[in-house]
Design a protein around this ligand. Structure first.
Ligand SMILES: Nc1ccn([C@@H]2O[C@H](COP(=O)(O)O)[C@@H](O)[C@H]2O)c(=O)n1
Ligand code: G3P
Length: 324
């Protein structure tokens, strides 16, 4: 039996649970603009996309939670409006009848320091970090990474993470404008200021979580604003140390899917260990009247992303070899 979006759905099989997804709303009450590459960005329409997402998620009635993959407000938002704009977008998310798990992105950090942002997003994590995990049912665990742990944006100027990031960019990117990839070759093109990395403490935390999930026989979904696989993303959008993070993930068999945002066109890949990487299409780049959000049905052997409009529906079968 085929559904309207072409996915084949086994009749009668109920999902274990379902959840909503959206990324890169990047709302600002400003005129429409364009990305560096000229892709139109609809700053005022994006909050309408979010409103439609929340309505649709509520209509569904069986969504256990929703995940926002980051960048709720755009960097072009006038700074005196940042606080109210973040509150306005959070207010729309709060109309969803269930918990919303937020990730932070570079644009959130252009607007507000972590000390103001994290309480608004109800992110509770050690020392101003934004990584955490949750387990909506005993057999599944979601790991939310803070891709701007080591970053030149969002931390106080004299903070160790800022200094480490600036030193890293100085070594890796010879351009005066550290957001410019000019002259960087291949995967080096990710060494840009609008990206960031995972620090030692978070890496150890991730390792511990995956160890625990393995013992509990849980299947894990990893979420990070910055994509973790070159096959699913432009090189310029990748997490600085995506390779180190994937080395940790690949030591275990529990991670089935990695979800990302940031690279607005979206993407999907399956890596060398059979892990799926799905980068979500941005709400910001939806021309008026169009949408990009979705919900995910989770089964014991797969997850199905049912996308609205510009968000591609994706059926992700877990690698059965991984459980042998
Ligand atoms: N190839 C590129 C991409 C980006 N930049 C710089 O980054 C800024 C942010 O890019 P957006 O597309 O998100 O607006 C942009 O303003 C450029 O300064 C670049 O130099 N080269
Ligand atoms: O975070 P943005 O909106 O500046 O965009 C990042 C780019 O899409 C990365 O290629």
């Amino acid at each position: 039996m085929a559904s309207a979006n072409g996915l084949v759905i086994a009749p009668g099989k109920e999902p274990l649970f379902s959840f909503g997804l959206i990324s890169d709303v990047q709302y600002a009450d400003i005129l429409d603009g364009r990305s560096f590459y000229g892709v139109p960005r609809y700053y005022r329409h994006s909050i309408i996309v979010l409103q439609r997402a929340v309505e649709r998620w509520n209509d569904h009635q069986k969504l256990k939670f929703a995940i926002n993959l980051g960048d709720i407000v755009d960097g072009h938002c006038p700074k005196e409006q940042s606080l109210n704009t973040v509150k306005e977008v959070v207010g729309v998310f709060e109309k969803f009848r269930g918990p919303v798990y937020h990730l932070i992105g570079n644009h959130c950090l252009y607007n507000l320091p972590r000390s103001k942002l994290l309480p608004l997003l109800k992110i509770q994590s050690p020392d101003g970090h934004a990584y955490y995990d949750f387990s909506p049912v005993p057999d599944f665990r979601f790991v939310v990474l803070d891709g701007y742990d080591i970053s030149a944006i969002g931390w106080p100027h004299d903070y160790p993470s800022t200094l480490e990031a600036l030193k890293f960019l100085q070594e890796k990117n010879p351009n005066q404008d550290k957001n410019s990839p000019v002259g960087l070759v291949g995967l080096e093109r990710r060494f840009l200021m609008f990206n960031g990395g995972i620090g030692k403490q978070q890496m150890e935390w991730l390792d511990g979580i995956l160890q625990e999930a393995t013992k509990l026989k849980q299947k894990v979904v990893v979420c990070c604003h910055l994509p973790l696989d070159p096959g699913a993303s432009s090189k310029e959008a990748l997490l600085w140390n995506y390779d180190e993070v994937m080395d940790v993930i690949h030591r275990y068999n529990c991670v089935k899917v990695c979800l990302g945002g940031h690279d607005h066109k979206g993407g999907h890949s399956v890596d060398s260990h059979g892990i799926h990487h799905r980068v979500l299409e941005a709400a910001l780049e939806c021309p008026p009247g169009t949408d990009a959000f979705g919900h995910v049905d989770v089964y014991d052997d797969r997850i199905s992303l049912i996308g609205a409009d510009r968000m591609e529906s994706t059926d992700i079968y877990f690698n059965p070899q991984a459980d042998l």
